[in-house]
Design a protein around this ligand. Structure first.
Ligand code: FES
Ligand SMILES: [Fe+2]
Length: 344
């Protein structure tokens, strides 16, 4: 199979991808615990454009992070609780993204007719907030997984850890790496690859969402159907490794009795932000020390190991004028081909 470096570097390919994806596939924003009080907000990227998810008294709204006056970014910090006042000249918005105040209004001959910042649709699955271009996109893209993810999310005890990590790399390199279980032994020898290559594992598909169940112990069930059946009856199985790659760039993983997101937000063709969130679960309580060990020794370590390898790859792909190269896929990398097919 041949690939071309331009797949990860071309502006044209990037633009075509995001203009198609944004119409149909929602982006995971955060869990609702970050948007509980009036004025709480979260800043995130939706296919190359920054948006703010904010909580007003009655609802959550999602609007563009660009002032109606002259497009200055309204927010800089990734989350907080503050009024929405543009730092440049002080135009003032409510928490639903509506312009409500203009300093020295009489000095304008013309003002925007439209009073609202561009909006996206907030869509919720259990305790998870997604941003959609069109209402209904979330149910459509998750399909049968919607109910499963809803159950998983309603079983959350609390958010234990979150961070946003910037990668100087194309989003597809990030996603493809997350669909690659062949690199784990070499790149993550002390954490994800500690036990060597997977032995008991099974791949499943739900629409364009790719699912992997695996376990070190052959006693654990890696049967996805059985898992879904149980979860709908509120029976949670936290054994082994259960990864749900939600097309195109989010993955939700159950491992070590915890639940975590790696969530690649597309910023530009060579920049991606990985939003990670780690949760403990109601039906599987763990201690703070346990969580800290998992985050420090396993999770963030493996994230930074991946970041390093992906950024080196991207640099090389960009260095030369576009070039073709041959690729050979092991069974542990075959989902990369599926992902590319779904994206095409
Ligand atoms: S750009 Fe926001 S008030 Fe001027
Ligand atoms: Fe990795």
């Amino acid at each position: 199979m041949k690939n071309n470096s331009s797949y990860y570097t071309s502006k044209k390919i990037y633009n075509t991808e995001i203009s198609k994806l944004k119409l149909n596939y929602p982006v995971f924003v955060t869990n609702l615990s970050k948007l509980q009080n009036e004025g709480d907000y979260v800043l995130f990227n939706f296919y190359g454009e920054e948006y703010i998810a904010a909580k007003s008294k009655n609802k959550i709204s999602i609007f563009q992070n660009r002032c109606l006056h002259r497009s200055f970014p309204l927010k800089e910090k990734i989350n907080g609780n503050e009024k929405i006042i543009c730092p440049y000249h002080g135009w003032f918005y409510n928490y639903e993204g509506k312009l409500i105040g203009i300093p020295q209004k009489s000095c304008f001959k013309v003002l925007p007719k439209k009073k609202h910042l561009n909006q996206l649709i907030p869509e919720v699955c259990g305790k998870f907030l997604f941003a959609s271009f069109k209402k209904g996109n979330l149910k459509k893209s998750l399909g049968k997984l919607f109910k499963v993810v809803e159950k998983i999310s309603n079983n959350i005890n609390k958010l234990e850890y979150s961070d946003a990590i910037e990668y100087n790399a194309n989003w597809k390199l990030c996603v493809e790496n997350s669909l690659d279980e062949y690199h784990i032994v070499k790149v993550h020898p002390t954490n994800a690859g500690y036990y060597g290559y997977m032995k008991n594992y099974k791949y499943y598909e739900e629409g364009k969402n790719l699912i992997l169940f695996s376990s070190e112990s052959s006693k654990d069930s890696i049967d996805y159907k059985e898992f879904c059946g149980n979860i709908l009856k509120d029976k949670f199985d936290y054994s082994g490794y259960k990864i749900f790659n939600l097309f195109p760039s989010t993955s939700l993983t159950m491992y070590f009795g915890l639940l975590y997101f790696t969530n690649f937000h597309i910023v530009s063709k060579e920049k991606t932000i990985n939003n990670i969130e780690v949760f403990s679960n109601k039906s599987h309580k763990v201690s703070d020390i346990y969580v800290k060990k998992f985050v420090d020794n396993f999770f963030t370590r493996s994230v930074f190991e991946d970041k390093e390898i992906i950024e080196r790859y991207q640099k090389k792909l960009e260095k030369n004028s576009p070039y073709k190269f041959q690729e050979y896929f092991s069974v542990f990398e075959k989902r990369i081909k599926t992902f590319r097919k779904f994206l095409a």
